[in-house]
Design a protein around this ligand. Sequence first.
Ligand SMILES: [Zn+2]
Length: 198
Amino acid sequence: MMPKVLQRPTLVLNRNWQPVNVATVARALVLLWNESARVVDPADYQLYTWADWSMLKPRADEPFIRAVRFRLRVPEVVALNGYDRVPAATVTFSRRNIFKRDHNTCQYCGVQPGSEELTIDHVVPRAQGGVSSWENCVLACVACNKRKADRTPEQARMRFRRKPVRPAWKPLYAEHGMRMKSWSKFVSEAYWNVTLGE
Ligand SMILES: [Zn+2]
C-alpha cells in the first residue's frame, strides 16, 4: 500500500503558474523526477528540480517521505515545465448537476422538498421553442411547475431566486476534498467557494 504521505494532495500549476490540477504527492514526485515539473516553494516562490529538492532536509515539524537513503520533503505545489494550457472548466449538463447547481431547491419558491419532489423546469417551455441548456433549465417543485405550466416566468408572473447560469466548478479540485493553506497564494478564495456540495 502507498504510504499516506504520498497520497496527500499537491497543487499542479501550468508553466504560467495557473492551477490546472490537484495530484497526489506520488504523482507530483514522478513529474519532478521526470523533469516535467519543478517544486514551487510557497514561502518564497523558489523553484526546485528533483536534484535540488532531494538535497533539502525536512524540517522537524513537517511531513517527509522516507526513501532508502534519505528523507524527502513533501511538495505542496509543483509547476509544470512545458504545459501552458488551462483546462476548460466544463461541467457536464446533466440532471444530477442541475440538482447540484440549484442545491436541491425550487428556484421559484425556495422549498427543498427532496429530490423526488423536484422537477426540471424549462424556463422557456419546450412548446415555445425552449432548449435544454444550463440557462434554460431550473429545478422547480411540483407545485411551482404546475403553476407555471407551459408558460415563461414572465407569462406566469413568477420570479427566479437566482438566474440560471452554467456553473463554474472545476471538478478536479473538488476530488481530493483537502487543500493546503499554501495553495491560497496560487488559487483565489472565490475559486473554492463556488463548489458543489453534495
Ligand atoms: Zn416551488
